[in-house]
Design a protein around this ligand. Sequence first.
Ligand SMILES: [Zn+2]
Length: 204
Amino acid sequence: MELIPTQQEVLDLFRSTGGLRTGHFEYPNGWHTDEYLQVALTMRHYDAAKLLSVGLSRLVRRNSELRAIIPELSIVAPATGGLPVAYGVCEALRARQVYWAERLNCDEPMRLRQFLEVKKGEKVFLVDDILRTGTKLVELKQLMEEQGAEVVGMAVIVHQPVPGAPNFGTLPFYSLAEIDPKYYKDAKACDLCANGVPLEKTWV
Ligand SMILES: [Zn+2]
């Protein structure tokens, strides 16, 4: 495997570790799909987590502007899926620090741990395991900017955008693989439902 794994190598790794499944799945928002990715199932294997984090960090290093500020970068993730990615990327880059935002309950806004102070102008690089709807990264970016930080880029292991997922414009954005599953807006529109394929509901 190359220093930066190819899309195919990443997908093979996900399949061999149970992270990527083919079938018939329903998301909590009611959408149906033929492929489901649960990055945490792959990240539980330390070697796989390391390979993916190092690969992602190498993509970041290719950007000379980001490379120049690595020693002062804070790697920030939304909890909990982003945490192993954040620690792996921080270690591989030798960046300055890692922290995360979380919510106590799903209907509450994201926040940082008590007494965690963001410096004005602090350069932060956001990471997560996957971008699907993009809502977590949008909220995290907004939170960091409200705290006075400067978001200098983003990276996810997998980019699997649903229709209408945000585009972050000129902000550097990196991923190791892009998955383009079929999405159906509900059971009525779903070919798999029409063919009687057994359905599995997903939690996230
Ligand atoms: Zn269906």
